[in-house]
Design a protein around this ligand. Structure first.
Ligand code: CDP
Ligand code: MG
Length: 735
């Protein structure tokens, strides 16, 4: 660990007589800035974090009088003063000078690849340009897909504002479980998954005149599949315009895939960004982020900070740590506005990141990957990049899919750094070493289609009547084994027959915008007469990570509150408890507050639930309740998730039944102290080890009842189902 003294001479500092303070502050500020990023920063210099005593250090810097000093420093006040009107902003975007050329290119070509730096105005402007050029005449819409929910919502809101219309009227968005469009909608933003589903009801996309596959470089599973689908449609719908828009270098590849479609390049406008690396690897990058933020805040001229973290929990931890330190610093530092942004954040909170920063203050946005390319926040001058992202990884050998935090690619790192250079020269602080960057990061991120479970995608394609998946026109084909495994899983779930054709069950499953295992569970609730409960559980699982609130200073209270909901049979039923108790209070906000439950997540669960009930009607399943007998509920879940079964083994761990992989109950689970012999898990999350999140106790004989074609009695011999003694050596809560 380095200390303050490596960074700045605190002792010496304290000796400075009051009278000389002004002069001193000036020098120290200069030297702090200098050390933080030495002159040759553009070549990738190293910098060091102050891991200890940072508060003292900051206080030292912030001696009386220095506040005014700092206020005079900002280089961005110019920009802030220049409150641009919407029209001025539109004209200032890099894409604007190319408006006429772009319209002409779209008129002349059916397929066009568009390449332009993030923030150049592709997503918000192109649909508007095409609308003005008459592409929405004849009652046709312009569609634009986004890989991320948050982006679809926020971009639609922005465009509605620019066009002076109410969101949901002329401009709207559609995401899973939420449709904010109307008859009048002519510009529709949607997630790529939503468009994928729209093919089921409108296979020729007849209501669209233009379809923009945006953020194509993100290469999500749905986007990749859409490439094949829209390419096919373009052949028999010559009137449909297709735009593939991408932020980076893949344009050539897209062009080749779309039969050498022309590429329209929007010249970038990027200011230089100095890159800094840490000298040594950081053990705790969340903590390192907090320190870096504070360092930037006190030593660097005004300008907003963007921090890349991996998920909601991490963002919340960082936010709490930061706010705690800021509270302790009080008025000694200028105002720092801390704003989170991640997929589950309610939209009104998301919108806040776009509010201009008040003069004299600084904004720090704690974001997931979402801010890498999907969202552009103006006035970001500093980027902090710990170098990680959360990704799903599917192992086709074990059939296990797990969410884990992995190092990002060089392409991602460069994209992140670029976010600092949009409005002025910026700085990017990488919380890893230059050596790591050079030797440890892959060049590019592996496209999702090559690393996740394809069950969902295959079911959708089958439902679209595409039977020969091996010869589907993939930009990059998925690994053969993954495809085969997906087919096998769907067969085991009863969605496909042995010819690989969709069954009636499969057709019903495809109605639900959820994982095939979840869809099967919903359908199985009919047989077990517990559709009310299963629908609630499904809705709760879809927002699960964000249901329990656990503030650092009230952890004990929060955990006690949480325990009150625990159900002996497991987490799915605990979630059911939460929902039903909330419902019994008539969906009270106060109740949520008292029980450390996130009201907004519950509200979302309620919305999702409503949508699911509608879908249940569509597949003609009656809503019936069977709360008294949880065996039936658990059997319905097992009917969908019989792949996710683990059996107790020595050492407090579990082994998956089919592949004998070691897995552990997550410490948050209500079964963490119980250790039933047989359990079913909802999800695997890899941190220090492979953790099962959301587990329920099952009986092994149910597996023979719900999946006789998949399990043989011999595999399930040890079916005593008795609990294990609690004294057995096992994982601890701190794992
Ligand atoms: O798609 P591309 O990355 O090329 O740019 P964009 O998303 O269309 O962003 C263009 C401009 O709109 C940027 O200056 C954004 O800051 C602004 N914008 C905004 O203010 N609010 C949003 N919700 C989205 C974009
Ligand atoms: Mg965009």
């Amino acid at each position: 660990k380095s200390s303050v003294s490596d960074y700045i001479e605190v002792d010496e500092l304290e000796k400075v007589p009051q009278s000389e303070q002004k002069k001193w502050e000036k020098d120290q500020m200069a030297s702090a800035v200098f050390k933080f990023g030495s002159k040759d920063a553009s070549k990738g210099d190293e910098y060091e974090l102050v891991l200890e005593d940072q508060i003292d250090f900051i206080q030292a810097l912030q001696m009386p009088g220095s506040r005014d000093k700092i206020k005079k420093e900002p280089e961005l006040t110019e920009q802030e003063k220049k409150k641009l009107t919407i029209e001025e902003t539109k004209i200032s975007l890099p894409i604007f000078p190319f408006k006429e050329d772009l319209i002409q290119a779209v008129q002349e070509h059916q397929v066009l690849i568009i390449e332009g730096e993030t923030g150049s105005g592709k997503t918000t402007q192109i649909p508007q340009y095409l609308h003005e050029a008459g592409f929405t005449n004849d009652n046709k819409k312009i569609g634009c897909t986004q890989p991320r929910r948050v982006a679809a919502m926020s971009v639609a809101a922005r465009v509605a504002q620019e066009m002076g219309v109410k969101l949901g009227n002329e401009v709207g968005y559609a995401i899973r479980f939420e449709d904010c469009t109307s008859e009048r909608t002519i510009i529709k933003y949607m997630t790529d998954g939503t468009l994928h589903r729209e093919f089921l009801s409108e296979p020729d996309l007849q209501s669209y005149s233009v379809m923009i596959i945006d953020e194509a470089h993100e290469r999500t599973l749905h986007t990749d599949i859409l490439f094949g689908l829209v390419k096919d449609i373009a052949r028999f719908r010559p009137d449909l315009k297709l735009l593939i828009s991408s932020a980076t270098l893949d344009a050539q590849k897209f062009s080749e895939f779309f039969d050498d479609a022309p590429i329209f390049r929007i010249p970038g406008r990027r200011f230089p960004v100095d890159i800094y690396y840490t000298k040594a690897p950081e053990a705790d990058y969340v903590d390192a982020c907090v320190i870096s933020i504070l360092q930037i805040h006190v030593t660097q001229p005004l300008g907003d900070i963007l921090v890349f973290l991996t998920g909601q929990e991490e963002i919340e931890t960082c936010q709490e740590l930061l706010q705690d330190r800021l509270r302790r610093l009080g008025s000694k530092v200028k105002e720092l506005i801390v704003l989170p942004v991640y997929a589950n954040l309610p939209s009104d909170m998301q919108a806040k990141i776009f509010d201009p920063t008040p003069p004299g203050a600084r904004k720090v946005v704690l974001a997931t990957n979402i801010a890498e390319t999907s969202l552009t926040i103006d006035n970001i001058i500093y980027v902090i990049d710990p170098g990680f992202a959360k990704q799903n990884y599917f192992n086709s050998r074990t059939g296990m899919e797990s969410l884990m935090v992995v190092p990002i690619s060089k392409a991602s790192a460069n994209q992140r750094a670029g976010r600092a250079g949009r409005v002025a020269a910026g700085k990017c602080f990488r919380l890893y070493t230059a050596w790591s960057y050079k030797h440890e990061l892959e060049d590019n991120t592996v496209p999702e289609i090559q690393r996740i479970n394809l069950g969902n995608a295959v079911l959708m394609l089958k439902a679209l009547g595409i039977n020969d998946l091996v010869h589907f026109d993939f930009l990059d084909p998925p690994p053969h084994e993954t495809l085969v495994l997906a087919l096998e899983q769907l067969y085991a779930l009863g969605a496909l027959n042995h010819h690989g054709e969709l069954t009636k069950m499969g057709r019903r499953m495809a109605e639900f915008p959820v994982d095939p295992m979840m869809a099967k569970t919903l359908l199985a609730s009919e047989k077990y007469k517990c559709s009310e409960e299963v629908v609630t559980i499904t809705a709760m699982l879809s927002v699960n990570s964000a249901i329990f609130y656990r503030p650092k200073d009230k952890i004990i209270h929060a955990d006690t509150a949480r325990k009150n909901f625990n159900h002996v049979a497991g987490d799915h039923l605990s979630l059911l408890n939460v929902y039903n108790q909330w419902r019994d209070t008539d969906f009270s906000t106060q109740w949520c507050y008292e029980n450390f439950i996130q009201y907004r997540s519950m509200k979302r669960a309620r919305d999702v639930r409503e949508q699911l009930v509608g879908l249940m009607q569509r597949v003609e399943i009656e809503m019936v309740s069977n709360i008294s007998e949880t065996v039936d509920i658990r059997k319905a879940i097992t009917a969908g998730y019989f792949y996710h079964i683990a059996r107790f083994s020595k050492g407090g761990n579990y082994k998956t039944v089919k592949h004998n992989q070691t897995v552990t109950i997550h410490p948050n689970s209500s079964l963490f102290d119980e250790l039933p012999r047989w359990i079913l898990y909802h999800q695997l999350v890899f941190t220090t080890k492979e953790f099962m999140r959301q587990v329920i106790e099952i009986e092994s004989k149910w597996l023979l009842e719900v999946a006789p074609h998949y399990y043989k009695p011999k595999e399930l011999e040890d079916s005593t189902n008795k609990k294990m003694p609690k004294t057995i050596g096992r994982a601890t809560k701190t794992d």
